[in-house]
Design a protein around this ligand. Structure first.
Ligand code: CTP
Length: 405
């Protein structure tokens, strides 16, 4: 179950060519079981139809401040009070200017005047408008009032020009809204370090030894921690995944680089969660030139890499969690890892099970706790598993009085 289930979000859509991307954002929020009510400006209707949004949300779309039929004239206040969080996607220079200056001349701008809930804006406009001093001053004013701005990206704009001002990717906007809308910021003030993905150990400039980890589980853990208010650092080996929103990401390649990055970021962390599949061996002698084939057989000599988790455990953060991905006798190995590496929790998964392991979007894990309690979770999304792991982190941090009970 999503942590956002039943949260109430008013999503404002204003008149930009990127208004169609708001449909993707609404869809992402609905998938998180959020109750979304869409408010469109009249200008937005020039770009996308209201039915798109009413179909996605199963709710009527609000447009007019004083509709002809059955209006109390108070809909702007009703919507503002109803909302747990408000997001405007896309936000034009016009709505930004109205909000910064306290103007209300249509339904959306008056909702914003009445709104006391957390709010985020995802601006979209031509780069000339984006760099306009008045627009930037208005945004600064809004930021200072606590409005969260999902920065636009550099890229191709509506008229084919390249520049800054392109609406942020819909999944990043969903993530930003999710952080604002999370009902329980129980990790606020905590620092969390996560490792994720595989490592790659170079044999020569062309070839490497790596493994099948996709990084999805570790990224889900980082995202879950960020949603609960933690300040998150993610050290990731090579993956195909987008950096999670609101997370400080360090990209590394080898086990040696991962060790360096983890140890450099180790100071001040309240919880360290090592989800990476770190190579236990690396080719002994680095070769600078591409190896040419010669004999029928080739023996590759490998040397052990340092156990990063064990090193972190030597100077223990308040909470330390490891993963164990196994193909056989898994529970025994996982219990042994918990003891050997001095961990609070091992997340064990049998990678041979269908719906578990590398590359999948789901996982089947057993949580093995230091106090001996073991809990097998049913198959669920990796983000669901990540939420359960972060529940454990929050519980342990409360027990250790790092966060208030
Ligand atoms: N780990 C680490 N550094 C390493 C190897 C593993 O930090 N050099 C961490 C992983 O991120 C994971 C846990 O240790 O949290 C896995 O334990 P490990 O015993 O190393 O697992 P495997 O190498 O998969 O197991 P085995 O010993 O059976 O080869």
């Amino acid at each position: 179950m999503s942590r956002l289930k039943g949260r109430r979000i008013v999503l404002g859509v204003t008149g930009s060519i990127s208004a169609y991307k708001a449909a993707e954002v609404v869809r992402g929020l609905v998938q998180e079981q959020v109750d979304v009510r869409v408010v469109m400006t009249r200008e937005a209707l020039a770009f996308v139809g209201a039915v798109t949004f009413s179909a996605l949300t199963a709710r009527p779309v609000a447009i007019e401040q004083f509709p002809d039929t059955g209006s109390s004239g108070e809909e702007h206040v009703d919507l503002a009070v109803w909302a747990d969080t408000v997001a405007i996607v896309p936000a034009t220079a016009n709505i930004i200017g109205k909000m910064a200056n306290g103007l209300g001349d249509d339904l959306l701008s008056t909702v914003m005047l009445a709104c006391e809930a957390p709010c985020c804006l995802a601006p979209a406009m031509n780069f000339r408008m984006w760099r306009n001093e008045a627009v930037q001053a208005n945004l600064e004013r809004l930021r200072n009032r606590g409005v969260h701005v999902v920065e636009p990206e550099f890229g191709a704009l509506a008229n084919g020009e390249m520049g800054e001002g392109r609406l942020a990717a819909p999944d990043r906007i969903v993530e930003a809204v999710a952080i604002l809308a999370d009902p329980d910021q129980d990790l606020a003030g905590c620092n969390v370090l996560v490792s994720a993905g595989p490592t790659a150990e170079d044999i020569d400039p062309v070839r490497c030894v790596t493994n099948r980890s996709s990084g999805k589980m570790g990224f889900a853990v980082a995202r879950s921690a960020a949603r609960r208010g933690a300040s998150v650092t993610l050290v990731s080996g090579p993956t195909n995944l987008q950096d999670p929103y609101g997370v400080n990401v360090e990209h590394v390649r080898s086990a040696g680089e991962m060790r360096e990055a983890v140890l450099r970021n180790r100071e001040g962390q309240h919880a360290v969660i090592m989800a990476a599949a770190v190579s236990d061996y690396r080719p002994g002698v680095p070769v600078r030139r591409k190896m040419k084939k010669t004999e029928e057989r080739l023996t590759l000599e490998m040397t052990r890499t340092a156990d990063i988790l064990k090193e972190v455990a030597a100077d223990r953060p308040p909470v330390l969690i490891g993963f164990a991905a196994e193909t056989h006798d898994g529970m025994d190995y996982a219990r042994r890892k918990l003891a050997e590496k001095n961990l609070d929790l091992v997340v064990f998964n049998d990678i041979t099970a269908e719906g578990a392991g590398f590359g999948t979007d789901t996982n089947i894990v057993t949580l093995i706790r230091r106090d001996g309690r073991e809990e097998s979770l049913p198959m669920q999304s990796k983000s669901g598993v990540a939420d359960r792991i972060m529940d454990e982190v929050a519980r342990l941090l409360r027990n250790r009085e790092v966060v208030p009970a």
